[in-house]
Write a protein that binds this ligand. Sequence first.
Ligand code: H2U
Length: 349
Amino acid sequence: MKLNLNEHPHKRYNILTGEWVLVSPHRTKRPWQGKQEKIADEKRPLYDKNCYLCPGNTRASGATNPPYTSVFSFVNDFSALLEDTPRDDFEDGLLRARGEMGICKVICFSPDHSLTLPKMEVSNIEKVIAVWQEEYRALGSNPDIKHVQIFENKGAMMGCSNPHPHGQIWAQSSIPLEVEKKSRQQRTYWEQNGRSLLKDYLDQEIKLNERIIAQNNDFLALVPFWAVWPYEVMIAPKKHLQDISRLSSRERRHFAAILKEVTIKYDNLFETSFPYSSGIHQAPTDTEEHQEWHFHMSFYPPLLRSATVKKFMVGYEMFANPQRDITAEQAADVLRKLSTTHYSLKCQE
Ligand code: H2U
């Protein structure tokens, strides 16, 4: 019998991390008697006097937000990493620790409390990307900062503490685990082939056209071959760019456009404000050149079957290995076919 990736249990290799995911396509045939319901979207006002992130409001720390009219970034009042931190090593027998310094920021995407990325104008998403670029440059130019992690937790299901559209940046004095794995894999490929690992992968995906869900002149959005989360998506530039600071204004516009397109498709999937954690992986900001790095943005959404039924990463996933049932190709097919008009605007089409 020959291995059929649509039928037989198999493992897929993640070229970026060097890890494997177990895929069980035959399990999608099992009966499901769980919940299927939709949840009504909460209608949010443009301004909420109780929101810590709305313009002009007082935050939990007592600081007051300016009456901002575009993107607004500030140092997190409850930062997980602090600038003024000893960076000594601690050793006691088998116990080891090390001081870690860093800077954490909150980025409000818009003054409008009711918005989310899929509902924002492309021109305003461009402004968010411009702030990500500035922050990456500014934080990364600090000689103590070796890595700048930009991310968004969207939805209460993902631990987001406030529905006001916002993301975070954690910049720190060492390279974190996920980034270190991707650095190693990309560096090895660069040294062996003199080419970018992710660029070669994207070129192969363009040829195969099985997992691509959206594209424009400068960007691709696809469900990676090795996706772990049911509707995981990666957005990456078609050109080899190490980090977001290198985007031209045209590329930034196309990045904003594809971000809107992907997040609209996500909302349309279960006709709900789709929860996810998204993050940008890009070249570390240590003193190395990092030619091997190809920046990309990944979306890890938990929902599986409806607005309320999520994939649980428990049991086998916790103790052994990540696992998925629907294949990356099935997920890509569903996402590709979804409308690029937000479901809330359907009756206005
Ligand atoms: P999350 O929704 O992803 O948790 O991000 C919100 C961040 O905003 C969170 O890290 C910070 C929290 O510490 N925050 C402030 O800095 N000031 C506040 O007044 C409220 C929340």
